[in-house]
Design a protein around this ligand. Structure first.
Ligand SMILES: [Zn+2]
Length: 270
């Protein structure tokens, strides 16, 4: 697991990169308001997979509510691990870094989020937005106390949700699909972040690799970093932040939100 801010920032960067670079696809042609809500959702979703760890900070986001959810997710994840592991997969309990750390899970939450937001944009979009902005705030504000500040996080997420939804034009199906894609991309960003730490990430489950269905995908050892170590704090974290700010500005410019740049393109090759 990388630290919360690194995960959240990797979510923002992934959303910004996909929307800025896919300019000919509908996901690269969102309204600025939808883009911003997608950015919050994607940053929050980049923390979602660690809900499978009841002791993780993200599981304390909304106090006992997410704590209970986390216990449930951990039990389900452990069950799926034990029933689908091969003899070569290690005998661990499998609750953490299991089901929620797979591309199958990312696909399921993409479809589910799209479907939920489509059912009722009047209550479902605010509810989904509130949940993911909570995760985003929790991830970024890693110095806030996990237990004491759950109420503060709830209040900040509520205000963020109200502010965002006041000026968004709710309605079309593309918007619901964009929210689903944002959540799926956030999960994928998390897997990549986990893969470059020591233990790797079993994102390709249930595809058997080397006889393992839970094969931990990771780059060669020298390219992996230590969680919260020097490389993450001085190179990866700041690097992700700079890239995320640049590509977010480029995506917003593409959406027509930065007219004061007088035609100076933030993507020089365009
Ligand atoms: Zn993780």
């Amino acid at each position: 697991m990388s630290t919360g801010p690194t995960h959240a920032m990797s979510g923002l960067l992934t959303w910004a990169a996909v929307t800025a670079l896919a300019s000919s696809h509908p996901i690269g042609q969102l309204e600025p308001e939808t883009w911003i809500i997608g950015a919050v959702m994607c940053s929050g979703a980049a923390l979602l997979p660690d809900l499978d760890h009841p002791q993780s900070t993200v599981s304390r986001t909304f106090g006992p509510v997410t704590q209970g959810l986390s216990n449930g997710v951990n039990a389900l994840s452990g069950f799926v691990y034990r029933t689908t592991r091969t003899k070569r997969d290690p005998k661990r309990d499998g609750g953490h870094r299991g089901l929620t750390h797979t591309l199958v899970f990312a696909l399921v939450v993409t479809v589910l989020t799209t479907a939920v937001v489509q059912t009722s944009q009047h209550w479902a979009l605010p509810a989904v937005m509130f949940f993911f902005s909570g995760l985003a705030v929790r991830g970024l504000m890693h110095e806030w106390h996990p237990k004491r500040d759950a109420l503060l996080i709830t209040v900040v997420s509520f205000i963020l949700t109200v502010l965002c939804l006041r000026w968004i034009d709710r309605g079309d199906d593309m918007q619901a699909a964009a929210m689903g894609i944002a959540v799926g991309l956030g999960c994928v960003a998390h897997y990549l972040g986990d893969a470059i730490t020591e233990q790797g990430c079993p994102m390709l489950w249930p595809v058997p690799i080397g006889g393992k269905t839970w094969y931990p995908v990771a780059p060669p050892k020298p390219m992996r970093m230590q969680t919260g170590g020097k490389v993450e704090m001085t190179i990866i974290g700041p690097g992700l932040t700079v890239l995320a700010i640049w590509l977010s500005a480029a995506a917003l410019q593409q959406a027509g939100a930065l007219p004061f740049l007088f035609g100076v393109s933030l993507l020089p090759w365009r």
